[in-house]
Design a protein around this ligand. Structure first.
Ligand SMILES: NC(=O)c1ccc[n+]([C@@H]2O[C@H](COP(=O)([O-])OP(=O)(O)OC[C@H]3O[C@@H](n4cnc5c(N)ncnc54)[C@H](O)[C@@H]3O)[C@@H](O)[C@H]2O)c1
Ligand SMILES: N[C@H](CO)Cc1c[nH]c[nH+]1
Ligand SMILES: [Zn+2]
Length: 438
């Protein structure tokens, strides 16, 4: 990885090296717009055609597999079932813990009661990536909170395999979370099917899930189409990790964490920020990186992602976290002395992994935190998927006669300022009625 030193680099240089590779790509919208239009116009036929074209899936008779899912489609080794079940439970517990205590009620003035309460989003479409790697863990990360939140209709979508089938792990998770159907489609076409509906794909209210640039662009497109009436979770694109390591960090652990995200795709990006390391310590990490990378089955993908990844050298933790905040990584790993304390300095990150015994992989699969997180620097303004991603907050107001007397004057005055006479009268007519009874 190319090295840069905070002391000798200009702010312009730093901005440049911290740019995401995906942001350098051009005209993705130009590619996804005709795909979305085609699904809108031609429905299932288009889905099946795109599955043949992009996923090389043959023999697809239907674009949808509906529940109840046949047991033969979810045959799995017992150790995989056990791993899914354990992860399911941890994810369920953590998201269950996020439930709000109940209705929030505030009496803003005597007789003026304002409340806020929660309702689940009824129909959710969950995108499970399946291009370079099939990710049943994402099915867990998206499906379990939907179940906990009480969403009525859960629809999965994932690219089919070349023989037109789905991986049994995804079918098993769909069954466990009570999904109604699995759409056999990936990319922007899957997003379009969920947003507009087709002959067999039910339209949903919200689309969630990570994916490559085509998926992310598709989600952005449909969420901007007021005719679609669909929202999205966030832009969750190519995986990224930023590791902060000081002299206490084990070079082998640091390298393994960088590689765990580098292997996702050539457009993944991994950043290492070192704190006060000697040349010898830096070289030790670089050597580990090379040694471990060469032993990986996905070494070619790693070569691609490492080619646009960098090491930044700093002198202290404050500088390191400041740079990390500037980058706003999807995952931030702190392999430093007193790592838990440094979390106070973190302003922008999707999910933080604290200390030497917390590899990011535990969050990807089984710890309980969600792995569907904002990338491209959107951790500045978006949260990762969590229970609130699946619900809406409604508010209510309830006034007594006294309450209307207390607040009515202000309402009438502001309505007058805005020259909205009917608004003013809706209050005035009631106050007059109350006065007439005196
Ligand atoms: N941010 C997160 O929380 C998070 C979580 C998990 C995975 N990820 C990321 O999700 C991504 C998954 O990407 P993936 O590619 O493996 O799977 P994917 O399912 O997102 O994309 C595969 C689909 O892309 C479409 N596609 C491929 N080439 C195309 C082209 N030339 N034109 C139009 N459409 C095309 C096809 O329809 C295909 O089905 C990875 O980058 C991974 O790092 C992110
Ligand atoms: N690290 C990915 C999120 O960026 C999620 C994942 C799934 N499987 C393995 N990892
Ligand atoms: Zn991962």
């Amino acid at each position: 990885m190319a090295r840069f030193n905070l002391k000798t680099s200009t702010p312009k240089e730093l901005k440049e090296v911290l740019q995401r590779p995906a942001q350098k790509a051009s005209d993705i919208m130009g590619i996804v717009t005709p795909i979305i239009e085609s699904v809108k116009q031609r429905g299932d036929v288009a889905l099946i055609e795109y599955a043949e074209k992009f996923d090389k899936a043959v023999g697809l008779k239907s674009a949808v597999l509906s529940a109840p899912f046949p047991p033969e489609l979810m045959q799995l080794p017992q150790e995989t079932i056990d791993a899914i079940d354990l992860s399911f439970e941890n994810i369920r517990k953590f998201h269950e813990g996020q439930k709000e205590a109940g209705t929030l009620v505030v009496e803003t003035m005597p007789g003026v009661r304002c409340s806020r309460f929660v309702r689940p989003i009824e129909r959710v479409g969950l995108y499970i990536p399946g291009g370079t790697a099939v990710l049943p863990s994402t099915a867990l990360m998206l499906g379990v909170p939907a179940l906990v939140a009480g969403c009525k209709k859960i629809i999965f979508t994932s690219p089919p395999r070349k023989d037109g089938s789905l991986t049994p792990e995804i079918v098993y998770v769909a069954h466990k979370v009570g999904a109604e159907a699995i759409v056999l489609a990936g990319g922007a076409q899957a997003v379009a099917a969920l947003a507009y509906g087709t002959e067999t794909v039910p339209k949903v209210d919200k689309i969630l899930g990570p994916g490559n640039q085509f998926v992310t662009a598709g989600k952005m497109f449909v969420s901007n189409d007021t005719g679609a009436g669909v929202s999205i979770d966030m832009p969750a694109g190519p995986s990224e990790v930023l590791v902060v390591a000081d002299a206490e960090a084990n070079p082998a652990f640091v390298a393994s964490d960088l590689l765990s995200q580098a292997e996702h795709g050539v457009d993944s990006q991994v950043i290492l920020i070192t704190v006060g390391l000697t040349e010898e310590q830096l070289v030790a990490i670089e050597e580990e990186l090379e040694k471990q990378a060469l032993a990986l089955p996905r070494v070619d993908i790693v070569r691609g992602s490492i080619s646009h990844s960098v090491t930044l050298q700093t002198d202290n933790i404050e500088e390191a976290i400041e740079l990390s905040n500037q980058y706003a990584p999807e995952h931030l790993i702190l392999q430093i002395k007193d790592a838990a304390k440094a979390v106070d300095l973190v302003q922008h990150a999707g999910s933080v992994f604290i200390g030497h015994w917390t590899p990011e992989s535990v969050g990807d699969y089984s710890a309980g935190v969600n792995h569907s997180l904002p990338t491209y620097g959107y951790a500045r303004q978006y949260s990762g998927v969590n229970l609130s991603t699946y619900v809406k907050h409604l508010t209510s107001s309830e006034l007594t006669e006294q309450g209307l007397r207390n607040v009515g004057g202000a309402v009438m005055q502001l309505a007058k300022v805005e020259e909205l006479e009917a608004h003013r009268r809706a209050v005035g007519i009631r106050l007059e009625w109350l006065d007439s009874r005196k």
